[in-house]
Design a protein around this ligand. Structure first.
Ligand SMILES: Nc1ncnc2c1ncn2[C@@H]1O[C@H](COP(=O)(O)OP(=O)(O)O)[C@@H](O)[C@H]1O
Ligand SMILES: [Mg+2]
Length: 265
């Protein structure tokens, strides 16, 4: 199961991606969480706190033409094996990092290596049994520019506002251009059944699920904690548990698929 979580800024992508990654791991899956957003989020929702590390900086080098490439001998499997970090529930996190220094220049090696790894994941045999959950930056740009070519499901997180719905429709149209991609709309911060109905009407689409507006999510963010650790039995977590099961059903993977160890390529 390979999913990318997209949507407007602040819709809840990181909370959804991080919580789902851990819930899917608890269901017995090997999960790789991928953070391709230069803004913070996923490491916190996974329970690692704010983590800015440019994890793939050492995996990249410049070729003779000054273009970034992965160092010799480093493919997707090795990048995950060597450069990802362990998060709660056994999830592996790989991120290109958050720029702490002025400008983007210090991040370019890690960013380019990350892009190349993302493009090799689906073809990497030892990762074939892995579940991948990508947290993408806001807006349609990343979907359009193909930062999640591994993804079979694009989960578009939508809030009950017109702006969010219009963004979601646009992102959906772009993502659907991908080969064999399924776009699923996930309503988040929903206040009641009327919200859900209005959103489905405005999206011209059915919803994968509705996650209620839940103060625990905001409070967890305030504390820099994972929602799953701060409020494991909150309504938002319960809804995301249902989503995890539904994703398994829709991907035809009701039970845990055979997974292989990360080893040499
Ligand atoms: N179901 C929810 N109910 C209430 N607040 C939520 C919910 N989901 C997310 N949030 C809050 O909304 C804010 C944005 O969430 P985040 O996951 O960082 O969004 P994104 O990654 O899309 O920018 C955070 O403060 C988060 O705690
Ligand atoms: Mg985010």
């Amino acid at each position: 199961m390979r999913i990318a979580v997209v949507g407007k800024g602040g819709a809840g992508k990181s909370v959804v991606a991080g919580t789902l990654a851990r819930l899917l791991a608890r269901r017995g899956r090997k999960v790789l969480a991928l953070d391709s957003d230069p803004m913070p989020g996923l490491s916190i929702s996974l329970g690692l706190g704010p983590l800015t590390t440019a994890m793939l900086a050492d995996a990249a080098e410049k070729d003779g033409n000054g273009r970034w490439r992965l160092k010799k001998g480093i493919g997707a499997a090795r990048a995950v094996q060597r450069h990802s970090v362990l998060a709660p529930d056994g999830v592996r996190l790989l991120q290109f990092g958050k720029p702490e220094l002025e400008g983007m220049a210090p991040l370019m090696g890690s960013l380019n290596a990350f892009y190349q790894v993302a493009h090799r994941l689906a073809q990497t045999k030892v990762l074939s049994g892995w579940t991948i959950a990508g947290d993408l930056p806001a807006g349609p740009r990343q979907a359009a520019f193909d930062w999640a070519p591994y993804a079979k499901f694009f989960i578009v997180v939508v809030e009950p506002t017109w702006q969010s719905v219009l963004s979601a429709r646009r992102i959906g149209r772009i993502a659907r251009a991908g080969n064999g991609v399924k776009v699923l709309f996930l309503a988040n911060k929903v206040s009641g059944p009327s919200d859900t109905k209005v959103m489905a009407d405005r999206l011209h689409a059915g919803l994968l699920a509705s996650v209620p507006a839940d103060d625990a999510a905001r409070e967890a963010d305030r504390l820099g904690m994972a929602l799953l650790d701060y409020a494991p039995s909150s309504p938002a977590v319960a809804a995301l548990e249902t989503v995890a099961g539904e994703l398994e059903r829709r991907s035809g993977e009701g039970s845990v698929p055979g997974s292989s160890q990360i080893g040499d390529r």
